[in-house]
Design a protein around this ligand. Structure first.
Ligand SMILES: Cc1cc2nc3c(=O)[nH]c(=O)nc-3n(C[C@H](O)[C@H](O)[C@H](O)COP(=O)(O)O)c2cc1C
Length: 258
């Protein structure tokens, strides 16, 4: 059975889809504020995101103190765009507030760590991505900062996050330095990501080669992939930090019995 979906390429986006058609992560910002009222628009767009079971399992910490912003940037692989962006948020999953609400009316808290981690991460991400689309529709640039996971436990302490709140990533929003705006970055071929009625039995070697060909625009994509995802890469280095942070924030999954 062939599970691949048809790939109508080239596909023209309608003009109202500009935020999708034109999306690229921005790493060079002008040191200018957002226009008056725009931050509220972006935040309200975020708040309209769907939320699992009306749980609102997220919190965003806006970092306006320059010294704190600098400290976080230093811990996040010293990424200068964290300092330069008009706005920077630490995006957190949050089941602390939800627990208080349940217990406030006499409920017994029934959320274990695994459920909290998955639903909290998905709730927070929907809000964050709504904010990204809103910001880009207003003409701003955005960049997520996964390097928060280089020091999750320290950042949680810096921000006084209680148990049940865990930093996921950062989000920069700011005025694009047009002189340094990058080109659109490629995507993994659609038929290797979107399937119909089931998962493919196998990926053929030529499909994997085709993916490398599509993705190796600036340099061999294997170099980037392996620096993140192969043994000794960034993601493996983050694993013990993440384990520490989950324990510190009361979100370490318990061993399942039986
Ligand atoms: C969860 C997440 C974490 C990311 N972390 C970083 C980061 O720490 N620094 C950075 O410059 N870009 C970061 N990015 C941006 C990605 O590198 C970027 O989205 C990807 O290369 C695709 O490029 P595009 O967004 O320009 O299409 C992150 C993106 C996501 C979704």
């Amino acid at each position: 059975m062939n599970h691949a979906t048809a790939s109508p390429i080239p596909l023209e986006f309608p003009p109202s889809f500009s935020a999708f058609a034109e999306h690229r992560s921005i790493r060079y910002f002008l040191r200018e504020p957002l226009a008056a009222g725009h931050l509220d628009l972006i935040v309200e767009a975020g708040r309209r995101a769907p939320t699992d079971a009306q749980g609102h399992m997220y919190s965003f910490v806006r970092i306006t103190d320059p010294a704190l912003r600098d400290e976080i940037a230093t811990r996040c692989a010293n990424q200068q765009h964290i300092r330069d962006a008009a706005e920077f948020f630490v995006v957190c999953l949050d089941v602390y507030r939800l627990r208080l609400l349940v217990e406030h009316r006499g409920g017994d808290w029934g959320m274990e760590a695994r459920i909290s981690l998955i639903y909290g991460a998905s709730d927070a991400t929907m809000v964050a991505q709504n904010m990204v689309v809103a910001a880009e529709l207003l003409g701003y640039g955005t960049c997520y900062i996964g390097a928060v996971q280089n020091a999750t436990d320290e950042i949680a302490r810096l921000l006084h996050l209680p148990a049940g709140v865990l930093p996921l990533y950062g989000l920069c929003i700011g005025v694009i330095d047009e002189a340094q705006k990058p080109p659109l970055r490629p995507r993994v071929p659609r038929d290797l990501c979107f399937f119909e009625n089931g998962y493919p039995a196998a990926f053929a070697p030529e499909d994997l080669d085709r993916t490398y060909a599509a993705m190796s625009v600036k340099r061999d994509w294997f170099l980037a992939l392996s620096s993140y995802f192969a043994t000794g890469g960034t993601m493996q280095k983050r694993e013990p930090i993440m384990a520490r942070a989950w324990a510190q924030q009361g979100l370490a999954p318990r061993e399942m019995s039986g």
